[in-house]
Design a protein around this ligand. Structure first.
Ligand SMILES: Nc1ncnc2c1ncn2[C@@H]1O[C@H](COP(=O)(O)OP(=O)(O)OP(=O)(O)O)[C@@H](O)[C@H]1O
Ligand SMILES: [Mg+2]
Length: 154
């Protein structure tokens, strides 16, 4: 498993990093976005979506759990999920996550609440940590790619 670290001192750096992930993203992939409350998971998901060609709003899926993006402007369809509110990974069956994921890339916040995705070959795990005492230095992104990400790490 390959690991990279990237300093993201501000929102511009976050946008550029999101663009690099987006450029490498394929249907079937999952970008598992970890980090505590306010770590920047939604911010990075928005940057990835914008770079894929999405022009409109990207509401946080905190309450809906799943938001789908499949306009023809997008380079590929995207499912944006926030699994924070899941009580158990088995709830994914009721939600029908696998059906949503067909032909799409998944951007998943709180992936551990969904049982994790690291066992999937297309999984790119990105953990966002605060840089500095309370994040005043921005964020650090630690990325770990599964087998399918060899040679295309952001
Ligand atoms: N690289 C960065 N440098 C400085 N501030 C950042 C950076 N990335 C994100 N932020 C800021 O951090 C705040 C929280 O971001 P965000 O909502 O994306 O977090 P989150 O991880 O999705 O939180 P939650 O766990 O509640 O879903 C926002 O105000 C955002 O502007
Ligand atoms: Mg969020």
């Amino acid at each position: 498993m390959k690991e990279t670290r990237e300093a993201l001192p501000d929102l511009a750096a976050m946008a550029a990093y999101g663009a690099r992930v987006a450029a490498r993203l394929r249907a079937g992939d999952v970008v598992a976005l970890s980090g505590g409350l306010g770590a920047g998971k939604t911010t990075l998901a928005r940057a990835i979506l914008a770079s894929l060609g999405h022009a409109g709003e990207v509401p946080s899926p905190t309450f809906t759990i799943i938001e789908t993006y499949d306009s023809p402007n997008l380079r590929l369809p995207v499912v944006h999920a926030d699994f924070y509110r899941l009580d158990h990974p088995s709830e994914l069956l009721e939600i029908g996550l696998d059906d949503y994921r067909e032909g799409a890339a998944l951007l998943a916040e709180w992936p551990d609440h969904a049982g994790g995705f690291a066992h999937e070959a297309g999984c790119l795990e990105i953990t966002l940590q605060p840089a500095g005492e309370s994040g005043e230095g921005g964020r650090i992104a630690i990325a770990r790619g599964a087998a399918d990400w060899v040679g295309r790490m952001p």
